[in-house]
Design a protein around this ligand. Structure first.
Ligand code: 3HC
Ligand code: NAI
Length: 681
């Protein structure tokens, strides 16, 4: 008979073995009622003489995937997880964790508190807290090093990457890996055998063989940090994790737990963790479109046509070939087609050389791509994505032909960056089938897909676009029609501000170094050089246009703002500096080197302001969508939360005042939120 211990935890005693089952969909997160249930389970197992041993498992798709992150921001209540885990470990009857799915975070910490761990072959185990700007706070930093050694524990906690069951067994993290369908039976058998055997139970908190070895390895921690420097850059959690593991190696368990608790609490209230938690939920929210019913019929996309095999078309086609969908690529000239297909092959072969694709896969994928010079070949495809030159005349030619060629029910998409999707839709008599699918370059790599909803796009077309994004491994963000949609529109003021800053006397190096320090992989000036100076168009006399006139297009040709050596290291170009000085003199701009704080404000306040406009105009559904677009489309550092979350943390009133001081008009929404003491996110 199953007995209820809490809303989400039940206990069944079978021949003296208590099977404790957690049932808290979707991922059995360790919310209040689960903690209450586990706490009660420990009490029951301890006090009931009829129970010889326990097995902790879960219903549904996974062993607990961690603490309930949603609970973090609404206030948590007792019992706390560390205490529950301690209580389970302290039992003098064997407790076995039966692990399947993804045992993550607090879930793995519960398992580490159990005396034995049995895992299904397909299970993954990990401590991903670092991705939320946190560290394992229920004993994970103290028990894991004692079980697998400091280095392996650091590897798991600092990267946040889970390990597969087989590796976990090799590491000593699980006692036994079993077939998926035999998990519960094997766990019960182990529990029974351990109870019958009697004797002292293995408790992770009391293990000392691994830590003794680690103690003898004097430079372990320095070595780890030197080898994994990139993981420590800009973020604070990895150092705190390192600190905890040092404590695990050098201090008794209870003292180590005190260090873990103090460091966890410090991170919990940090801006980085707040930002990363926001990003966690924002990433999962973008796919939801409130005014489109969940049961909206989707259009089955079994074949795709791509028009244009240039920079974007090739990458777009790869996305579909990668998931086994055949693609017809149409070009105007044979050379362009050959070049496009050649680039795709080169990309696949490069991946194969890195060992991430087999030769056979390369051929299978290439075999899914058919080149053509005739748009008539698109008569039967379910989806067409146009990626021809960015010109309304060319788009008109293409869409009015598609109108006559494509079968009814085919989705007609444009990858345009800036053109009006609603206007493009007028070139057909089926505007409901038209939408924007805006990829980012390189289209086979960048994880963002803006799904642009035209005035007349049907719900089915939009729902299909959103779903399709997930299938090709992208995160969809829904945008309404405007100049630049979300990500490009948002970041345009950033580019403009960077140019004004140079004219105002701040050096290229200072601008780039400051934004690099903020967390961008490269600052705006280097980014422009990488993208190409000819791509970005500013209205009046400007530095970029003059560099282009001198045939300096950026990294791809003759350098741009910087000159580049053969290792692509840039030094500020005197040619660029002369142009800057000349324009500044002509415009009579006073010269002053800005401080890092002023650089950040000068570059980012205008971005926040644009984000506010994007939101108030209804171009984006939510502030979080704008953050996701910036993070995935422009590599905005996730630990800063994206522009809108960063603005909330930084302080909206400060931004309003700053914009005014710069002579910029704050968006109405920004001013309103600031005045009411509210936030974007
Ligand atoms: N808390 C609350 N909700 C969670 C959650 C968690 N730990 N993990 C997942 N969810 C929710 C998601 O928000 C999503 O909700 P939605 O359907 O309403 O959008 C739903 O569960 C399904 O999640 P995914 O869409 O991500 O499903 P996937 O199957 O793609 O992935 C997963 C499943 C691998 C478990 C992934 O969700 C994941 O990585 N979750 C986070 C795991 C994590 O970070 N755990 C550590 C938490 S911190 C902690 O444990 C602190 C402790 O040390 C004290
Ligand atoms: P590109 O110039 O590299 O490629 C365009 C290709 O289209 C050329 O190969 C050309 O021969 C071909 N083409 C032109 N007219 C055609 C027609 N009628 N039929 C078939 N093929 C035709 O251009 P790119 O960069 O790939 O851009 C394509 C579209 O994608 C543009 O609308 C652009 O704004 C958009 N875009 C570009 C991004 C980028 O970073 N390059 C990013 C996101 C969108």
């Amino acid at each position: 008979m199953s007995e209820t211990l809490s809303e989400t935890v039940s206990l069944t005693v079978e021949n003296g073995i208590a099977i404790v089952a957690i049932d808290n969909p979707p991922v059995n997160a360790l919310g209040l009622s689960v903690r209450q249930g586990l706490d009660a389970a420990a009490d029951r197992i301890g006090s009931d003489a009829g129970i010889k041993a326990g097995v902790i498992t879960a219903k549904g798709r996974t062993f607990p995937a961690g603490a309930d992150i949603a609970e973090f921001d609404i206030g948590m209540r007792e019992p706390w997880l560390p205490g529950v885990v301690d209580k389970l470990e302290a039992l003098d009857k064997p407790v076995v964790a039966a692990i399947f799915g993804t045992a993550l975070g607090g879930g793995l910490e519960v398992a580490l508190g159990c005396h034995y761990r049995v895992a299904a072959a397909s299970a993954k185990l990990g401590l991903p807290e670092v991705k939320l700007g946190l560290l394992p706070g229920a004993g994970g930093t103290q028990r894991l090093p004692r079980v697998v050694g400091a280095e392996a524990a650091l590897q798991m906690m600092v990267t946040g990457k889970p390990v597969k069951a087989a590796l976990a067994e090799k590491m000593g993290l699980v006692d036994k890996v079993v077939a998926d369908d035999a998990l519960l039976a094997e766990a019960v058998a182990l529990a029974r055998a351990a109870a019958a055997e009697g004797g002292p139970l293995p408790r992770a908190s009391q293990k000392s063989d691994m830590t003794a070895k680690d103690k003898a390895d004097a430079d372990l921690f320095d070595r780890f940090k030197a080898e994994h420097g990139r993981l420590f850059r800009g973020v604070i959690a990895p150092d705190e994790i390192l600190d905890c593991v040092k404590a695990a190696v050098n201090l008794p368990f209870a003292e180590g737990m005190a260090v873990e608790s103090a460091n966890f609490n410090k991170l919990f209230v940090s801006d980085q963790s707040k930002a990363l938690r926001h990003v966690f939920f924002a990433m999962r929210e973008t796919a939801k479109v409130p005014d489109i019913a969940r049961d909206t019929p989707l259009i089955d996309v079994k074949s795709v046509g791509v028009i244009g095999a240039g920079t974007m078309g090739g990458g777009i086609a790869m996305n579909f070939a990668n998931i086994g969908i055949p693609v017809t690529i149409v070009e105007v000239k044979q050379e362009a087609l050959d070049r496009g297909l050649g680039v795709i092959r080169k990309n696949y072969e490069a991946t194969a050389r890195k060992g991430r694709l087999s030769e056979e896969d390369v051929e299978t994928r290439m075999g899914l791509l058919t080149g053509s010079l005739d748009m008539e070949d698109l008569a039967d495809v379910d989806l067409v994505i146009e990626a021809v030159f960015e010109s309304m005349e060319v788009k008109e030619k293409v869409f009015s032909r598609l109108e006559t060629i494509c079968k009814p029910g085919a989705i007609l998409a444009s990858n345009t960056s800036f053109l009006d999707i609603d206007h493009i839709a007028t070139f057909t008599s089926r505007p409901e089938m038209v939408l924007g699918l805006h990829f980012f370059s390189p289209a086979n790599v960048m994880p963002l897909l803006e799904v642009v909803r035209g005035e007349k796009s049907s719900d089915s077309v939009i729902a299909t676009g959103m779903k399709l994004a997930g299938k090709i491994g992208k995160t969809p963000v829904l945008a309404r029609v405007c100049d630049g949609f979300i990500a490009n529109r948002l970041m345009f003021p950033y580019i403009v501000a960077s140019q004004e800053m140079l004219l105002g006397g701040t050096s290229m190096k200072a601008v780039d170094a400051t934004m690099n320090q903020y967390g961008f992989a490269m600052g705006p000036i280097s980014m422009i050089d990488l993208v190409g100076l000819d791509i970005i168009k500013l209205p009046s006399r400007n530095i970029m246009a003059e560099l282009v006139a001198k045939d300096r297009l950026g990294q791809k040709k003759n350098g741009g703002f910087y000159d580049y050596d053969e290792k692509r290291r840039g030094t500020p170009s005197p040619v660029a500096q002369d142009i800057i000085t000349d324009i500044a003199r002509e415009r009579g701009i006073e010269q002053r080197e800005l401080s890092p704080e002023e650089i950040i404000a000068g570059l980012l306040y205008p971005v926040v302001n644009e984000g506010a406009k994007i939101l108030e105009e209804g171009i984006a559904l939510r502030a979080g969508d704008i953050d996701v677009a910036a993070i995935l489309g422009y590599n905005w550092p996730a630990y800063q939360g994206g522009p809108m979350c960063w603005a909330d943390i930084h302080g909206l009133p400060k931004i309003v005042a700053g914009l005014k001081a710069m002579g910029l008009k704050p968006a109405a929404l920004l001013e309103k939120l600031a005045a009411e003491g509210k936030s974007f996110t």
